[in-house]
Design a protein around this ligand. Structure first.
Ligand SMILES: O=C(O)C(=O)C[C@]1(C(=O)O)C=C[C@@H](O)C=C1
Length: 272
């Protein structure tokens, strides 16, 4: 079983992929877009992508790549607890630049501003990539924000532990695939995710669209707009729903309103 993930080893995606597929053949890719492309090009059986963090919100690159460039289906959601740490090659080193994934920098923004106000913050494609960079540039006054496993893998010291601004810090990952995976995890619920595009000539379109769920008591756990990349003011809407037998009727009503509905997936949720 081949599973594509955002590498290199030691990323949070790697930890999530290992937990879901302890015996899987894990394939590291440099960017989230590359992970999705690997799946679309049939280089793997599943692909794991980070979707949303409890502090910083949606991983826009993942949602946008999935919507605009892929037809992949979501077959599972994996929720991972995230602990960010400041990693260095030497505990006594001055720190002038701090590297991490944008989410890693955002989740630790207050800590970094308070403790390293002069340091430049540099975004790279993953937290593990940041750790690997620090290891490979050991004499430079730099640090990485990454997990403790990355410290072990890349031989780095942990200068500060659990530096996220909010202690409770979780990231949702979506697993893309053609079938439901057999994972050694216990499901804690089921969801349905869709992407809506509204007709231009329907006043109150968004209100009418989400009302099809409300009056059926279908629980909407998330709604978020993202640019259609056509022009300012044109969006698609990502909606997460708690599994409900009435969802199919709601989707039919949406279509009768002229709303374009794309089913992203219905899936089990697993907490690691
Ligand atoms: O950079 C990593 O380690 C990732 O797996 C990506 C990612 C993300 O995109 O949100 C995953 C979990 C954390 O929130 C930080 C970064």
């Amino acid at each position: 079983m081949k599973i594509a993930y955002l590498g290199p080893i030691g990323s949070f995606s790697h930890i999530a992929a290992k937990s879901a597929f302890p015996k899987g053949d894990l394939l590291a890719f440099d960017t989230i877009a590359d992970v999705i492309s690997a799946y679309d090009e049939k280089k793997c059986d599943f692909a794991l992508i980070p979707i949303e963090n409890s502090i910083e919100g949606t991983v826009n690159l993942a949602i946008d790549s999935l919507f605009h460039k892929s037809t992949a289906q979501v077959v599972a959601e994996v929720v991972l607890s995230i602990s960010q740490n400041l990693l260095v090659t030497n505990l006594n080193k001055k720190i002038e630049k701090i590297y991490s994934h944008p989410q890693g920098l955002a989740q630790t923004r207050e800590f970094l501003q308070k403790n390293y106000p002069e340091a430049s913050l540099i975004a790279v494609d993953s937290t593990a990539m940041a750790a690997e960079f620090v290891k490979n540039h050991s004499i430079e006054p730099i640090a990485a924000v990454a997990n403790q496993e990355a410290a072990s893998i890349y031989g780095l010291e942990i200068l500060a532990k659990d530096i996220q601004d909010i202690e409770l810090n979780n990231t949702r990952f979506w697993l893309l695939g053609h079938c439901f995976p057999e994972v050694p995890l216990v499901s804690c619920g089921q969801k349905v995710s869709i992407a809506l595009t509204l007709p231009e000539n329907l006043p109150g379109a968004l209100h009418k669209a989400i009302s099809v769920f409300a009056w059926r008591d279908i629980d909407m756990t998330k709604i978020e707009s993202r640019p259609l990349k056509t022009r300012l003011g044109q969006y698609f809407f990502i909606i997460d729903l708690v599994e409900n037998e009435k969802i199919s009727y709601a989707l039919e009503e949406l279509k009768s309103l002229g709303v374009t509905v794309r089913m992203l997936g219905h899936y089990n949720i697993y907490e690691i």
